[in-house]
Design a protein around this ligand. Structure first.
Ligand SMILES: Nc1ncnc2c1ncn2[C@@H]1O[C@H](COP(=O)(O)OP(=O)(O)OP(=O)(O)O)[C@@H](O)[C@H]1O
Length: 264
């Protein structure tokens, strides 16, 4: 529907896109998720952090509808459009596939649509480059371009910065924020790097089979549940972040208001 997304800029709380309610999921005989609650509102950036095997991808796949919960519910707003970038996508390096051609698969796109999508992710000029020759950051941007082509209300990114170094990750998160500003899409992403993703996230959910804690990035970073899982061993970056931000806490009251941290 043309024009549908034109007005959706910035964060607009209260307009709920997804509600996950007391959801439990088994993978094989393993209880991957227990009693997970999560909401996503129009235009917000929500980041899921958690150790390997903590159910992050499982949660995303349930929200997309690719997996069914064993109990609990996932409610999606009627007509919700989701753009999804999976954790891994390998492309045969021997295949002479340009970025433009990749963006035109499986749905044929016009040159203009392709150019617009590439521009929106800061990847202008990459259209004629072979996919196999792109750097990690460029490759992720092209995946992001493909995910926004259908003008989703919600973009779901499973570890979008896999394989990038820290500056590359920080650049990509900045780009993701820009996409949110330009398109108004909400963004749900998985990251291992809370210290890098912090400034780009409105809310963080720390997962370990259940929701350990959630809230603003600052709240989650200082939660005992988060520290028990990750320690403070983020190469000093977490400590640095806290150092930079601690003294602002009382000046800007928004950190505290509606956050909770506790085992569920
Ligand atoms: N198809 C499957 N069959 C059986 N068990 C599975 C299957 N897929 C995932 N699991 C198990 O479910 C749990 C959650 O997996 P999931 O991939 O959601 O975790 P994750 O947090 O995304 O992990 P990672 O950070 O390593 O990507 C893990 O213990 C995993 O081994």
């Amino acid at each position: 529907m043309p024009g549908l997304h034109a007005n959706k800029r910035g964060r607009c709380p209260g307009m709920r896109l997804v509600t996950v309610d007391r959801m439990s999921v088994k993978r094989g005989s393993h209880q991957a998720l227990s009693n997970v609650d999560l909401t996503i509102d129009k235009g917000e950036i929500v980041t899921i952090v958690g150790p390997n095997g903590s159910g992050k991808s499982t949660l995303l796949r349930c929200i997309i509808g690719a997996l069914k919960p064993d109990s609990g519910t996932v409610l999606r707003e009627a007509g919700l459009r989701i753009g999804y970038v999976p954790q891994r996508l390998s492309i045969d390096a021997t295949m002479p596939l340009t970025a433009a051609r990749f963006l035109s698969l499986p749905t044929k796109r016009s040159k203009r649509e392709i150019q617009e999508a590439l521009a929106q992710v800061g990847a202008e000029g990459l259209g004629n480059r072979p996919m196999a020759g792109l750097s990690g950051g460029q490759f992720q941007r092209v995946l992001l371009a493909r995910a926004i082509m259908d003008k989703p209300d919600l973009l779901i990114l499973d570890e979008p910065t896999t394989g990038l170094d820290q500056p590359g990750s920080a650049d990509l998160y900045t780009q993701i924020e820009q996409v949110r500003r330009d398109t108004g899409a909400a963004i749900l992403m998985v990251s291992h790097e809370l210290h890098v993703v912090m400034s780009a996230s409105d809310r963080v959910v720390c997962l370990n089979g259940h929701v350990c804690c959630h809230g603003t990035p600052e709240i989650v970073a200082s939660a005992p549940e988060y520290r028990a899982l990750f320690g403070t061993g983020t190469h000093g970056a977490l400590a640095l972040y806290r150092h930079e931000h601690d003294h602002h806490h009382h000046e800007h009251g928004h950190d505290h208001a509606h956050d909770t941290c506790g085992s569920h």
